[in-house]
Design a protein around this ligand. Structure first.
Ligand code: NI
Length: 173
């Protein structure tokens, strides 16, 4: 497996709708997942979507473990979600600072559903479903957006709450 280059905002590959995964048996899927995990960990992301490394497939990985980019966040075990789908969004929303490895150094305040119900298939081809909330719900919503070609600046309520993390007066980790 290998650390891959993360595509940056503006790259057309980040603006397309990714394909559903249909081949769960081949080596390619496991190889893609391995590269995604290595890349996420190397760049200290809490999540990564396949299109960010140029793979137009509906795969996301996430993990929170002592992350200096999100020091207050509780740990979240490594999770691989293939073909993830959100079936229910809570009406209640929460606004928080988001970052993205495709926009290094930038942060923006984004409103998301506080909790979501999702279904996905894991790396062993097993179906899973869960209702999650808070930071994990935010990560899943952010990463699934990548699969639909959406980056978080498209979700901003207020462009004044978007900028470089060392320059935003209100930004705090
Ligand atoms: Ni992102």
């Amino acid at each position: 497996m290998a650390v891959k280059n993360v595509l940056k905002m503006g790259d057309p590959n980040l603006q397309i709708k990714s394909e559903w995964v249909t081949d769960f048996a081949g080596e390619e899927l496991q190889s893609n997942i391995g590269d995604m995990i290595d890349t996420m960990r190397h760049y200290r992301g809490v999540g990564l979507a396949a299109p960010q490394i140029g793979i137009a497939k509906r795969i996301i990985v996430l993990e929170v473990a002592n992350n200096p980019r999100y020091p207050q966040a509780d740990a979240i075990a490594l999770s691989v979600l293939i073909n993830p789908q959100i079936s229910d969004f809570s009406e209640q929303t929460e606004t928080a600072w988001e970052g993205c490895l495709s926009l290094p150094g930038l942060r923006g305040k984004v409103s998301r559903a506080r909790s979501v119900a999702y279904q996905a298939v894991n790396e062993n081809g097993e179906r899973k479903q869960a209702i999650v909330q808070g930071f994990l719900a935010r990560i899943i919503q952010h990463e699934i957006d990548h699969l639909d070609g959406i980056l978080y600046p498209q979700r901003l309520d207020d462009l004044k709450q978007f900028g470089f993390e060392d320059s935003l007066p209100d930004f705090q980790l």
